[in-house]
Ligand binder design. Structure first.
Ligand SMILES: N[C@@H](CCC(=O)N[C@@H](CS)C(=O)NCC(=O)O)C(=O)O
Length: 219
């Protein structure tokens, strides 16, 4: 049985959406970060980084994986062909190459900047300086959202890969949701906003929000 260790609304969301989207049997395991459960011995044994998410699968052999983007890619590799053929992309195909581009851009550029936005004190501890780090991160996130907006404006979408929905769309939706408290959130961009609304209408996303106990505003 696949288990997804989660904390509501965090980087567990994209894998959670995909487990629902692919209609896989799985179990959600809450790691209560408000009680520092992610820093306790029991969890650190499973994930020495003390981060969320973590996916384990003990069906065949002992398997565990961290890094939200890696979990999404793994779910696609392992289950798309059998459970969600629309998500299957041939290795070496142009579309799969674009998928790699988006997954890496989203995870190592946009997500990294969002971490600076949410945890500025990890970069500069003093409150006034941390505030400046936060503002600066928000500015850079705006530049990144504009780049994605431009992509949608040029390609007309409706998804990052064009007509084909992919795991990168779920990843983008998760990160776009994280901008909801910013001065110009993802939903405020004309094309990106339409994308966010379209993704939000997918039952897999609605179900995941409900299972994680998340409430409006959703994005
Ligand atoms: N690069 C990792 C980041 C994981 C991460 O930072 N998760 C956050 C939640 S979004 C977390 O565990 N925070 C707890 C902490 O840093 O103490 C991934 O994408 O999975």
């Amino acid at each position: 049985m696949i288990k997804l260790y989660y904390s509501p609304g965090t980087a567990c969301l994209a894998p959670h959406f995909l487990l629902e989207e692919f209609k896989l049997p799985y179990e959600l395991v809450l790691v209560d970060t408000s009680r520092q459960e992610h820093q306790r011995e029991a969890y650190l044994k499973l994930n020495p980084l003390g981060k969320i998410p973590l996916l384990t699968d003990l069906t065949e052999e002992e398997f565990s994986l961290t890094e939200s983007a890696a979990i999404c890619l793994h779910l696609q590799d392992r289950f798309a062909a059998s459970h969600a053929p629309a998500f299957h992309l041939e290795i070496g195909s142009a579309q799969r190459a674009q998928l790699y581009k988006w997954m890496l851009y989203l995870s190592n550029t946009l997500q990294a900047e969002l971490i600076s936005y949410f945890y500025p004190e990890r970069l500069l501890a003093e409150a006034e300086l941390a505030q400046k780090v936060k503002e600066s991160a928000e500015n850079r996130v705006a530049t990144m959202l504009s780049y994605i907006e431009q992509h949608f404006a040029q390609t007309k979408g409706p998804y990052l890969l064009g007509d084909t929905v992919s795991i990168a769309d779920f990843y983008l939706f998760m990160l776009g949701r994280w901008t909801r408290g910013m001065q110009k959130p993802a939903r405020a961009y004309p094309h990106l906003g339409v994308f966010m609304q379209r993704m939000f209408e997918r039952p897999s996303i609605v179900t995941s929000f409900s299972q994680e106990g998340l409430q409006a505003p959703y994005f």
